[in-house]
Design a protein around this ligand. Sequence first.
Ligand code: NAP
Length: 534
Amino acid sequence: MATLKAAHISIRAGGFTNLMSRPRRSVSVRASDRLLTRQISTEAEAVASRLHKSGLLRTQGLIGGKWVDAYDRKTIKVYNPATGAVIADVPCMGGKETNDAISSAYEAFYSWSKLTAAARSRYLRKWYDLLIAHREELGQLITLEQGKPLKEALGEVSYGAGFIEFSAEEAKRVYGDIIPSPLADRRLFVLKQPVGVVGAITPWNFPLAMITRKVGPALACGCTVVIKPSEITPLTALAAAELSLQAGIPPGVVNVVMGNASDIGDSLLASTQVRKITFTGSTAVGKKLMAGAAGTVKKVSLELGGNAPCIVFDDADLDVAVKGALAAKFRNSGQTCVCANRVIVQEGIYEKFANAFSKAVQNLQVGDGFTEGVAQGPLINEAAVQKVESFLQDAISKGAKVLLGGKRHSLGMTFYEPTVVSDVNGEMLLSREEVFGPVAPLLRFKTEDEAIHLANDTNAGLAAYVFTNNIQRSWRVSEALEYGLVGVNEGVISTEVAPFGGVKQSGLGREGSKYGLDEYLEMKYVCLGNMNSN
Ligand code: NAP
């Protein structure tokens, strides 16, 4: 192993500085990685410079419309997962900054919630237009800090911006109700009102879309927000927040703090001014937040981990099933909550499917996300690779066979070979927990009932996929699956116009669609009595 000083650029909080001349973080890189690292770093440098020029490379938190450092000036580093190079230093904030962000959001709530729905809609529309106008830069930023291929990153920008556009439209349709009164001298109304200040905590795997999916509907309903993005990918969140300011959204409506996750989380939970927590992330942290929210009886929405089954029946169209399973499994290098975690294949088509699927997986090009044609970038960090390795080791020790891949990629760093494993059973970690990496485990089944039992035999219940050409079966199985989303003959089903969310321990509530707005609204019943008096 050779050691290469790989941090080619770094951007300090409060400004952009090319730090070629400063002491650099040493990253251990194999000799074969050198060329790759050089290419990526040049690209990264160009991207950082473009972002800086467009004013989108923000490296401070946003509180009450002002860009601020951590009060004690502490910073954390943001890395490019493809190289280990430092992209930027951002503030490592905690409870004090969070409390100030909450106060700003609380102050802004009064005027923001009093605006007409049409006015809020116009602000959101303008924000959407700016997100789309800066699609290229935002996509590059996502690839830089998260690692996904640029094409996927650009897709995330369109998808993420879609939540803001949809929310701009739905803002005007937050209707109440008039209820026929059982008494002649009374009138009964239901008003829908914003819940108040929202704490929004998001993960690293969709640095933009997980934020817009929460903030769009929150703002549409009249709520204000304190966002806490993952410390691993805060730059996209900050760029989106900058665009919210450019759209004219008033100071304090959108605030961003990042850094010490548990301190920030505890402050959001403890505050009586925060009326709702919306969280996307792991089930373990979601459970902690749900318990913590009990102290002040806040509303809670949780989008947690999955363990998606992808069921391929004998009667499926093989090409459709391979294409669908490939997309459902390997998007974002297997690092999505809706990624197929178990490919459950009926015995009659098992061998054919395993061969065709392995061939398709073999064609996935691995590399840095900026290279044309790359379909799979690095995993987010070393811990993610080690998790994949331990799951695979567990499966092999219990009798699973590696058909393809099964080891770190020759590119080094956190690149991992797209992997297919056969003879997986329900006892193995690979089928019990989310692997969150590019490993497709194949399980075999005989009957429809067995497939449904296998699919439902988990505490998770987010996404499921079914491949069959039998229309009756597709209905039967969709109804029997204990999941919040089902894709039939389709591997990519997320869209801003449909409700997204899990059942069982995959979460509470829905995001996107007209239903997503309900999560940010309180219902108020008003009874007007004594109607017959003058
Ligand atoms: P994570 O570790 O739970 O982190 C998610 C967010 O919570 C991050 O911002 C993290 O901050 C923060 N956090 C961690 N501990 C906290 C605490 N004690 N109090 C408050 N906040 C805390 O999850 P992840 O590894 O980022 O994301 C992967 C997981 O998200 C997977 O399980 C995936 O399935 C799930 N996910 C679910 C959906 C869905 O819609 N259902 C979508 C995407 C991802 P730091 O990162 O700064 O530590």
